[in-house]
Design a protein around this ligand. Structure first.
Ligand code: FDA
Length: 392
């Protein structure tokens, strides 16, 4: 049996960060993963360029049943700390949207940095390793795998959530938690495209591939960002963001072109009375969307001057209450994250050690901490991995 100080299950973002930090402290660290490569989600994230942090990341950008849990780790390892790390390795990166940092070339560059840190720290990684059993004995934990039996003082669960099973996601972390009596809060696919009712799907199919600015609102949350029509429903940043707050069966409000207020429409009529409403809208919205609206309101081909107040009001109501008839989401197949997970009320926010089992730690997405879209989820992986890395 190989004896280690620390075993980390999961060679993803949080596991790799934790491994390097613990090994720099002189701990003998082994990372185990059933996948054939480390950091697969890092590689596929951000369209292959990984939105690796958000400079504005603050506790308000994270959802959890225990909202204070994330504060300590986010304070102890900030976005600037991660930027300092990648700067030391000379990573080229860009700020694509305010605060959102992406690799300039490829997410491979970021993974290479993490693997270099791992090498420098002396932490080892064993891939293609299936975990067969975990047993807690007095002061040690014994992990039986298809590659041998290992013992450790600290076992870190960094197996992430359920999204993208084809990339190696499993419910392993939740099972390990339940085995020692942890509460696991219900999980749900999030930051995920929404599917629509079959009748509406046919109507919206013509819009597939186009994007427009919307305000998406649900459960008192709202996001003003682009929405993309897909062949099965709607996606894009506004929709992904709102799925952290909305769930099937609940109300979802979509306001198309929120800048086109009733006031703005009336003002445009006064200023451009000879322009047809159709031409006016074509300047503001994609042509195919204007065609769909015209099918609803044939009078869009009239000049502004001929359009009544009631018609302007009707148009405004249509845009501000655009019904996409949502019926569900694309699920874990395409979701970026999993909401819910290991209840943080039973985990130390300082060390990330379980309050149910000595020597057992949970970090990253397996915990009930979910960030907004925009680099927050990786920041949580870095912060929680760093924090636990000081104690395991
Ligand atoms: P992560 O999922 O990274 O790692 C878990 C590891 O555990 C994997 O290597 C897996 O193989 C392993 N594992 C699982 N079960 C196991 C088992 N039974 N035995 C052994 N090993 C096991 N976030 C962000 O901030 N910016 C972004 O741009 C994106 N983009 C993005 C795109 C897509 C398509 C997805 C799916 C996700 C994102 N995310 C993101 C979210 C981000 O990828 C995610 O929150 C972090 O990777 C979570 O890090 P963890 O270390 O917790 O798990």
């Amino acid at each position: 049996m190989d004896k280690l100080d620390v075993i980390i299950i999961g060679a993803g973002a949080s596991g790799l960060m934790c491994a390097a930090m613990a090994a720099y402290r002189g701990r003998n660290v082994l990372v185990l993963d059933h996948a054939n490569k480390p950091g697969k989600k890092i590689l596929m994230s951000g369209g292959g360029r990984c939105n690796f942090t958000n400079m504005d990341a603050a506790p308000k950008h994270f959802l959890s049943d225990n909202p204070h849990f994330c504060i300590s780790a986010l304070r102890r390892y900030t976005p600037q700390d991660f930027v300092d790390l990648v700067d030391r390795h000379g990573l080229d990166y860009v700020e694509k949207a305010p605060g959102q940092l992406f690799c300039e070339h490829s997410a491979k560059d970021l993974l290479a940095i993490l693997m270099t840190e791992l090498e420098w720290s002396g932490a080892q990684v064993k891939l293609n390793t299936r975990i067969l059993n975990v047993e807690y004995q007095d002061d040690i934990t014994v992990v039986t795998t298809n590659q041998g039996v290992f013992s450790c003082e600290s076992l870190v669960i960094a197996t992430g959530g359920l999204s993208i099973p084809t990339m190696g996601a499993t419910g392993f972390g939740y099972e390990i938690a339940k085995q020692v009596g942890h509460d696991v809060l219900p999980t749900r696919a999030s930051l995920v495209p929404i599917t629509v009712q079959p009748e509406r799907k046919e109507q919206l199919a013509a819009l597939s591939g186009i994007a427009c600015d919307v305000r998406a609102s649900a459960n008192e949350a709202q996001f003003e960002e682009p929405m993309l029509f897909t062949h099965r429903g709607v996606s894009g940043p506004a929709i992904l963001q709102i799925t952290n707050f909305w769930q099937p069966g609940e109300a979802l409000q979509i306001h198309i072109a929120p800048d086109l207020s009733l006031e703005a429409l009336n003002q445009a009529r006064d200023q451009q009375p000879k322009k047809t409403l159709e031409n006016y809208l074509a300047n503001e919205l994609p042509k195919r969307l204007v065609d769909l609206i015209k099918a609803e309101f044939p009078w869009l081909d009239q000049k502004f001057a001929q359009v009544s107040n009631e018609q302007i009001e009707q148009l405004f109501q249509y845009l501000s209450h655009f019904d996409v008839a949502p019926n569900g989401t694309e699920g874990y197949r395409t979701a970026e994250v999993t909401l819910g997970g290991v209840n943080t009320k039973e985990v130390s926010s300082k060390t990330f050690e379980s309050q149910k089992q000595k020597g057992l730690y949970f970090i990253g997405e397996v915990l009930d901490v979910t960030g907004w879209l925009g680099g927050y989820n990786f920041q949580w992986a870095w912060s929680s991995g760093f924090a636990a890395g000081q104690y395991v």
